[in-house]
Design a protein around this ligand. Structure first.
Ligand SMILES: Nc1nc2c(c(=O)[nH]1)N[C@H]1C(S)=C(S)[C@@H](COP(=O)(O)OP(=O)(O)OC[C@H]3O[C@@H](n4cnc5c(=O)[nH]c(N)nc54)[C@H](O)[C@@H]3O)O[C@H]1N2
Ligand SMILES: Nc1nc2c(c(=O)[nH]1)N[C@H]1C(S)=C(S)[C@@H](COP(=O)(O)OP(=O)(O)OC[C@H]3O[C@@H](n4cnc5c(=O)[nH]c(N)nc54)[C@H](O)[C@@H]3O)O[C@H]1N2
Ligand SMILES: [Mo]
Length: 759
C-alpha cells in the first residue's frame, strides 16, 4: 500500500535516536529558549550539583555521569525554560471562553504563567491578584465547606518530596484523606498488585542489575519516547549480548533498532544496534494471557522432568505455587492463543529463553497497567520472575517504568487516599494532630464526587486532571460544578479554563529555577524509579519575580485555611531542611535525610525483596492466579476491536510539544487511528479513510470520535489512537476493579467509514 499519499503520513525507515534526535533537540531549543542559556542549562541536567530532569524517572549512574544526551529530556527542560510568557495583559485580551477554543498545544505554548490570577466572572477573564488575596480566597472557600471531605487535593507527579509532603500534611490537618493523584491513572496497578505479591509497590532492580542480567522481557513501554535515558542502558545490554524479548502490539522503532547519539561510531557510520532479539505483537489487553502462556510452558517443562524451576526459592520464599501451577495446567493453549494473539510456539520460545537465563529482569509500563485487569497483569509478571527465583539476586527483578519524574516519591511521602495507621501515629507525634481514619477518594472517585456535586473545592498541585482522566464529557462537567478550583501550575492548560464559580491560577517555580527562601537558596529532593533519593537544585533565574515555590504556596494556603494550625508553616519553608526533618519523623526510612542527600548520588530507600524479605500477609512472596474470563461487558461481534491510547514522540502527557510522531511516521497531525492492514481490508476500509469510532461497551455506544485510519504495524484486532484525544471514549467506570486505574489501554470499539480517502 502506498502510504505517502496521505498528508502527514510517511514511512520512517531510520533507526530511533541518531541524527534525527540531535536535530529535534536543536529545534526545541531554538523554538523555546534564548540560545545563549541552553547549552549551560542542558549540561546541568542530572549532574550532582544540577537539577533532576523533569522528563522521566529513569535513574542516572550515581548521578555523577557525564552529560547524557536525551532528546525528550531536552524538550521537557526547554518547554519549562521557555522565553514565552503568559502575563496579566494576555489574560485581559482573551476571555476564558475564547481560550477554551484553542488546542492543548496552543494553550501551553503561550508560555510560563507570571502572576497569581483569579477568575472574574463579570468579564470572563483571569485578573492579577496579590498572593495574600489569592490565599485568602482559597482559604475562605475551604473553610466554607460543610465537610472537609467536600474538598479534593490532586497531585501530579512532578512535585518534589518537600512540596508533596506539605500538601499531605495540609490536607490531613484540614481533615480529609481525599488524595486523587496522577498515579491513580498510571502505576496504581503496581502500587496495589506488587505489595500483594512481593510486599512492596515499587521496582526491585537497580542500574547495576542491568549490568549483570542475561535476559530482559520488556512489556508495554516505549522507551525511545518516554524513557529515553533507558535507551542507553538497553543499547549497552544489547551490545553485551543480553536477550531482549519485547511484548508490544505496535512495532516501536526504538525497541527494534537504536543509534546512540553518544556513540561516535554509530553516528559517523549511520549504523545502529538491534534492540529486541525477538518482538512479539501481543494483542492489546492480551498480556496476562501471554505471560501465563510463558509460565504454562515452563510448568510443562518441569512436569516433563526438566530442571527449570528454582525449587529452593519456591519452597523457601513463596506461597501458593501448587494452586497457581494447577491453574495454568487447567488452561488450554487454545484459550491462551486466542486471548494473547500469540502462538503456543512463540510463547514456548520465550519460555526457552527464560529457562536458559540465570538472571532475568521484567520491565513494564502503561501497556501492562492501564487495563481493567491491570493489577492481575502486574501480578503475572511478578509470578513469572518468582518461578526461577528472579527476585533478590543480582541481575534480576521487576522494573516498572514510572511516569512523572517524582511520582514514586510523592507516594513515599504520603500522597495516598488510604488511611495508614503507622503514618498517622507518626504525624500525631511530629505535628500534634491525627488525620481522620476514613478512606478518601482516588482520581476516579474524586471526579465522580465532583460530577455528582459531593465535592466543591479542588486544589491541584500541578497537572491537568480533567484532561488526563477518562470520560472527558463527565470530567469537564465535574470541573464546571466546582465552587472553587485552585491550580498550582507552570503553564496554562484546559483544566484551568473549565471554571465553575471561582478559580485561582497560582504560578510556581519550575525545577530548573533558583528557589530562594528566608534561609537561602534551597534544594528539593526526588525519588527515581529505582528508589534512589537525591537532591535537585534549580539554576535559572525564575520566569517572573512573582513566582513562588510549591512548598511556599502550599504553606500559604494552609495558613490561610487553618487559623489554629499546629504546624509551623513559616519555619518549615524558611529552610527545606526543616521539612526533611519532619519527613524523617513521619517516615523513618528517611533517617539522616539531610546528611544523606548531601552525598553525591543520594541514597537508596530500603526494598525488602532485594534481601528476600517479604512484607506480605503470609510473610512470603505470593503466587496470585489470574482471573481468565473474557470481560462479559464486551459487545459480541467480529467487528469489535480493542483500542489502546498512546503518547506521541512530541508529547508529555497532556502537554503537546509539537504535532509530529517521528518514529511512527506521523507528521503535523494527531488525528489518526493506527489499524492493521488486515483489519482495514476486513472492515472494507482503505488507508486514509475517515472513520468514526464508537465505544463497544453496553450503554456507552454514544461515545464517538472521528479520526483518519492509517495502516500500521500493529497486532490484528488492535487499534491505537493518541491520548488525550481519545479519552472520552473511555467511561469513568471502565477501570480496574482492584486498583481503580482507568482502562485507557483496553477499550472495545467499533469502526465505521464516514468518508473515503482523498484520491
Ligand atoms: N517524552 C515523554 N516522556 C514521558 C511521558 C510523556 O508523555 N512523554 N509520560 C511520562 C509518564 S506519566 C508515564 S506513565 C510514562 C509512560 O510511558 P509508556 O508506558 O512507555 O507510555 P505509553 O505511550 O502510554 O505506552 C507504552 C507502550 O505500550 C504499548 N501498549 C499499548 N497497549 C498495550 C497492551 O495492551 N499490551 C502491551 N504489552 N503493550 C501495549 C504501546 O504500543 C506503547 O509502546 O512515560 C513518562 N515519560
Ligand atoms: N487515555 C489516556 N489517558 C491517560 C494516560 C494514557 O496513557 N492514556 N496516561 C495517564 C498517566 S500515566 C498520567 S501520569 C496522567 C497525567 O496526568 P497529569 O499529571 O495531571 O498531567 P500532565 O499533562 O503531566 O500535567 C501537565 C500540567 O502540569 C503543569 N506543570 C508542569 N510542570 C509543573 C511543575 O513543576 N509544577 C506544577 N505545579 N505544575 C506543573 C503544567 O501546568 C502542565 O499544563 O494522565 C493519564 N491519562
Ligand atoms: Mo504516568
Amino acid at each position: 500500500m502506498d502510504k505517502t499519499r496521505i498528508p502527514g503520513i510517511h514511512r520512517y525507515d531510520a533507526p530511533a535516536g541518531g541524527w534525527g534526535a540531535l536535530k529535534a533537540t536543536a529545534k526545541a531549543v531554538v523554538e523555546q529558549m534564548r540560545m545563549a542559556e541552553a547549552p549551560g542549562l542542558l549540561l546541568r541536567l542530572n549532574k550532582p550539583d544540577g537539577f533532576d530532569c523533569p522528563g522521566c524517572a529513569w535513574p542516572d549512574k550515581d548521578h555523577t555521569s557525564t552529560f547524557q544526551f536525551c532528546e525528550n529530556g531536552a524538550k521537557a527542560v526547554t518547554w519549562e525554560a521557555t522565553k514565552k510568557r503568559v502575563t496579566p495583559e494576555f489574560f485581559a485580551q482573551h476571555t476564558v471562553t475564547q481560550l477554551l477554543e484553542q488546542s492543548d498545544y496552543e494553550l501551553e505554548n503561550h508560555g510560563r504563567l507570571t502572576h497569581p490570577m483569579a477568575y472574574d466572572a463579570a468579564s470572563d477573564t483571569y485578573r492579577a491578584v496579590s498572593w495574600d488575596e489569592a490565599f485568602a480566597r482559597a482559604g475562605a472557600a475551604l473553610r466554607g465547606l460543610a465537610s472537609p471531605d467536600m474538598a479534593e487535593f490532586y497531585t501530579s507527579g512532578r512535585a518534589s518530596n518537600e512540596a508533596a509532603f506539605l500538601f499531605n500534611i495540609f490536607a490531613r490537618e484540614y481533615g480529609t484523606n481525599n488524595f486523587p493523584d496522577c498515579s491513580n491513572m498510571c502505576h496504581e496497578a503496581t502500587s496495589v498488585g506488587l505489595p500483594m505479591a512481593i510486599g512492596i509497590g515499587k521496582g526491585t532492580v537497580s542500574l547495576d542489575d542491568f549490568d549483570r542480567c542475561e535476559l530482559i522481557i520488556a512489556v508495554g513501554h516505549n522507551p525511545g519516547t518516554n524513557h529515553p535515558r533507558m535507551m542507553g542502558t538497553l543499547h549497552e545490554c544489547a551490545r553485551r549480548g543480553v536477550q531482549i524479548v519485547v511484548l508490544n502490539p505496535l512495532k516501536e522503532r526504538a525497541l527494534e533498532r537504536f543509534a546512540d547519539p553518544q556513540n561516535p561510531v554509530e553516528m559517523m557510520t549511520y549504523s545502529a544496534t538491534p534492540i529486541a532479539s525477538t518482538y512479539h505483537q501481543v494483542k492489546v489487553g492480551g498480556d496476562s494471557q501471554a505471560l501465563r502462556g510463558i509460565m504454562k510452558a515452563v510448568i510443562e517443562y518441569d512436569d516433563a522432568g526438566r530442571d527449570v524451576l528454582d525449587r529452593d526459592f519456591i519452597d523457601g520464599h513463596t506461597h501458593g505455587f501448587e494452586a497457581f501451577a494447577d491453574d495454568l495446567r487447567a488452561t488450554s493453549w487454545a484459550d491462551i492463543e486466542s486471548a494473547s494473539g500469540l502462538t503456543r510456539d512463540a510463547l514456548t520460545r520465550i519460555a526457552d529463553a527464560y529457562a536458559r537465563s540465570n538472571a532475568t529482569i521484567v520491565t513494564y509500563g502503561m501497556g501492562l497497567t492501564q487495563h481493567d485487569k491491570g493489577t492481575q497483569n502486574v501480578q503475572q509478571a511478578a509470578a513469572l520472575l518468582m518461578l526461577r527465583g528472579n527476585c533478590g539476586k543480582p541481575g534480576a527483578g521487576i522494573c516498572p517504568l514510572r511516569g512523572h519524574s517524582n511520582v514514586q516519591g510523592n507516594r513515599t511521602v504520603g500522597i495516598t487516599e488510604k488511611p495508614d495507621p503507622v503514618m498517622f501515629d507518626n504525624v500525631e507525634k511530629a505535628f500534634g494532630f491525627r488525620p481522620p481514619n476514613v478512606h478518601g477518594h482516588d482520581a476516579v472517585a474524586a471526579m465522580k464526587a465532583m460530577v455528582e456535586g459531593r465535592a466543591k473545592v479542588l486544589v491541584c498541585l500541578g497537572g491537568n486532571f480533567s484532561v488526563a482522566l477518562s470520560d472527558s464529557d463527565a470530567s469537564f462537567r465535574g470541573m464546571r460544578n466546582l465552587d472553587m478550583a485552585v491550580h498550582l501550575a507552570t503553564k496554562l492548560n484546559r483544566s484551568h479554563l473549565l471554571v465553575g464559580k471561582d478559580a485561582l491560577l497560582l504560578p510556581v517555580l519550575g525545577r530548573t529555577e533558583i528557589d530562594a527562601q528566608a534561609g537561602g537558596v534551597q534544594s528539593i529532593t526526588v525519588e527515581d524509579s529505582m528508589s534512589m533519593v537525591h537532591a535537585s537544585r534549580g539554576k535559572l533565574k525564575p520566569a517572573s519575580e512573582h513566582l513562588r515555590s510549591e512548598p511556599a504556596i502550599v504553606a500559604g494556603l494552609a495558613m490561610a485555611t487553618l487559623p489554629d494550625t499546629k504546624v509551623d508553616w513559616a519555619g518549615l519553608i524558611a529552610d527545606y531542611d526543616a521539612i526533611r526533618d519532619k519527613i524523617e519523623a513521619v517516615y523513618p526510612d528517611f533517617h539522616d535525610y539531610n546528611a544523606r542527600i548531601r552525598r553525591p548520588g543520594g541514597f537508596r530507600l530500603p526494598l525488602g525483596p532485594t534481601e528476600r524479605v517479604w512484607h506480605t500477609k503470609s510473610g512470603k512472596a505470593e503466587f496470585i492466579p489470574a482471573a481468565h474470563s473474557v470481560e462479559d461487558s464486551v459487545l459480541p461481534g467480529p467487528d469489535t476491536l480493542m483500542l489502546t491510547t498512546i503518547r506521541s514522540h512530541d508529547q508529555y502527557n497532556t502537554t503537546i510539544y509539537g504535532l509530529d510522531d517521528r518514529y511512527r511516521g506521523v507528521f503535523g497531525r494527531r488525528d489518526v487511528l493506527f489499524v492493521n492492514e488486515k483489519d482495514l481490508a476486513g472492515l472494507g476500509l482503505e488507508h486514509g479513510d475517515t472513520v468514526e469510532i464508537s465505544t463497544a461497551l453496553r450503554g456507552e455506544e454514544h461515545r464517538r470520535l472521528t479520526l483518519t485510519a492509517v495502516a500500521h504495524d500493529i497486532a490484528p484486532g488492535s487499534v491505537a489512537a493518541y491520548y488525550p484525544e481519545a479519552n472520552n471514549l473511555c467511561p469513568l467506570d471502565h477501570h480496574d476493579r482492584q486498583s481503580g486505574t482507568p482502562s485507557y489501554k483496553s477499550m472495545p470499539v467499533r469502526i465505521v467509514k464516514v468518508a473515503a480517502a482523498a484520491a
